[in-house]
Ligand binder design. Structure first.
Ligand code: ADP
Length: 299
């Protein structure tokens, strides 16, 4: 069946945060695409309008490490977003036990992630929902950030529609303390969690609730002192935690190279004002990041 006289629908790729995702063929270009159908609901005419305007801005966000939004249109009660089709995602890579990731491979994935973040943050767009399955990988090994800006446009993802309730594991401490004025630092924290996950081959901080998430963060990285993060005590949901000293990061990541560990610790800085920005974050020594088309991928 053709959608908008242009896209030939194929199989369902999956159920995402906002709705179903289909594989389709763009009959105008012959290109394979992924169409994300977003439920807008009956009472959200206003959202519909704002969303469309915001989506227009996302279409301008063109960069090698950002997934391309090819087209968007409302159809019945859904908004359809057409993206370039991607072969796999970072979660599949991390979970694939047949894949060995060298330090250079990990650098490459993280560098492409930070690169995409840098571009968006420069344009004042936040991702807000960074997690390994939102980092898509193309047939040439290029990693691209997906779902950029959607969290802001459509509000916090409605977790009822998805089994993916794990985004908590990537949430920055300021969000867990209920800050209302967060910035690009939340994406950098999430990228740090993904970095750690690439090194460990399992999610780093697996909280079972928001409170537990903070507990996991503090247990792994030590409790932040007010001198380390002066604004912390003024955050809406701030509660005092029992002091935990910061163990050396090295003890948690015995296999990581020195420069990887150095960058990781700067990304895991508690105070979002001090946390390294995506633009400042890069690797400084050998091994060099692996060429994307030489990265291992699931078969
Ligand atoms: P979530 O909201 O949980 O992150 P998504 O809505 O992004 O999930 O995606 C749902 C499913 O569709 C996932 O299995 C994902 O792999 C697939 N998918 C999403 N975007 C694309 C794309 N551009 N190319 C190929 N598959 C995609």
């Amino acid at each position: 069946k053709k959608v908008a006289d242009r896209y030939l629908k194929r199989e369902v790729l999956g159920e995402g945060t906002y709705g179903v995702v289909y594989k389709a063929i763009d009959t105008q270009t012959g290109q394979t695409v992924a169409i994300k159908k977003i439920r807008l609901g009956k009472h959200k005419e206003g959202v519909n309008f704002t969303a469309l305007r915001e989506i227009k801005l996302l279409k301008e966000l063109q960069y090698p490490h950002i997934i391309e939004l090819i087209d968007s249109f409302p159809h019945k009660e859904n908004l359809h977003l057409v993206f370039e089709f991607m072969e796999t995602d970072l979660e599949s890579v991390i979970r694939d036990r047949n894949i060995f990731l060298s330090p250079g491979d990990i650098k490459s994935y993280i560098q492409m992630t930070l690169n995409g973040l840098m571009f968006c943050h420069k344009k004042w767009v936040l991702h807000r929902d960074m997690k390994p399955n939102n980092l898509l990988i193309g047939s040439n090994g290029q990693l691209k950030l997906a779902d950029f800006g959607l969290a802001r446009i459509f509000g916090s993802p409605d977790r009822r529609f998805t089994h993916q309730v794990f985004a908590r594991w990537y949430r920055a401490p300021e969000l867990l303390f209920g800050t209302k004025q967060y910035g690009s630092g939340v994406d950098v924290w999430a990228a740090a969690c993904i970095f750690a996950e690439l090194l460990l081959r399992r999610p780093f901080l697996q909280g079972s609730s928001d409170i537990d998430q903070l507990g996991k963060i503090f247990a792994a990285l030590g409790t932040p002192s007010p001198s380390q993060w002066p604004d912390m005590v003024y955050l809406p949901d701030y509660v005092e935690y029992q002091y935990v000293p910061a163990p050396p990061l090295r003890s948690l990541f015995p296999m990581a190279s020195d420069d990887a560990l150095d960058l990781l610790s700067k990304m895991f800085t508690y105070d979002p004002k001090v946390r390294i920005s995506a633009q400042q974050a890069y690797f400084t020594s050998v091994p060099l990041p692996t060429d994307p088309d030489k990265l291992p991928r699931p078969t």
